[in-house]
Design a protein around this ligand. Structure first.
Ligand code: AMP
Length: 192
């Protein structure tokens, strides 16, 4: 099973990605986690990316694509499925990545869009800020991340709908309820 998880910040991509990975033995690949690891390790990619993360802006396409796509291809080459969260974040990224993953037989089977109201997102992100202390969970940066989602990432919903890959899940509810709906939405892809 090869899945993309799309949703705004606070929609539960990380949590639901973990649950899917556990349930189906998939590699959980989170673009934000890969980027934060590079920043922490002070690699050249990390140094190039840090300011974008701090502002809540998208890291330049070539940097993210070079970081994420090889990890996806490696998972598939090792015979694993994947759940990829936080990538692509724009139609431009989707188009470039598509050519690269197609050759490796790593094209996604389905795209899950976690649809959440703005009110609920703000509530969740502020709650997470006190628990995790992420430097990009401050009010101003969160506002920018939501804006970036609307402008750059949300167009992927139509892009994947047009390609017949989109499955929308109402993610306003509890973690368990959302997880159950995601399972129902991908049930036809599960082997056995
Ligand atoms: P996330 O953990 O998914 O919320 O991502 C945290 C931050 O990492 C984002 O606000 C962006 O600055 C950066 N980021 C994550 N994924 C991408 C991507 N696909 N393209 C560009 N920037 C990204």
């Amino acid at each position: 099973m090869k899945l993309l998880l799309i949703g705004p910040p606070g929609s539960g991509k990380g949590t639901q990605g973990d649950r899917l990975a556990q349930r189906f033995g998939l590699a959980h690949i989170a673009a934000g986690d890969l980027l934060r690891a590079e920043v922490q390790a002070r690699t050249p990619i990390g140094r190039a990316a840090a300011a974008y993360l701090d502002r809540g802006d998208l890291v330049p396409d070539e940097v993210v694509i070079e970081l994420v796509v090889p990890v996806v291809i490696k998972a598939v080459e090792e015979g694993k499925g994947y759940v990829l969260d936080g990538f692509p974040r724009s139609v431009g990224q989707a188009k470039v990545a598509r050519g690269q993953v197609e050759e490796a037989g790593a094209t996604p089977d389905a795209v899950i869009y976690l649809d959440v109201s703005r009110e609920e997102l703000v509530r969740r992100i502020l709650a997470r800020a006190t628990i995790e202390g992420r430097s990009d969970d401050t009010a101003e940066v969160v506002r920018n991340r939501l804006h970036v989602f609307d402008e750059a990432t949300h167009p992927l919903v139509d892009y994947y709908r047009d390609r017949g890959l989109l499955r929308v899940v109402d993610a306003n509810r509890s973690e368990d309820e959302v997880a159950a709906d995601i399972l129902a939405a991908v049930g036809d892809l599960a082997e056995g």
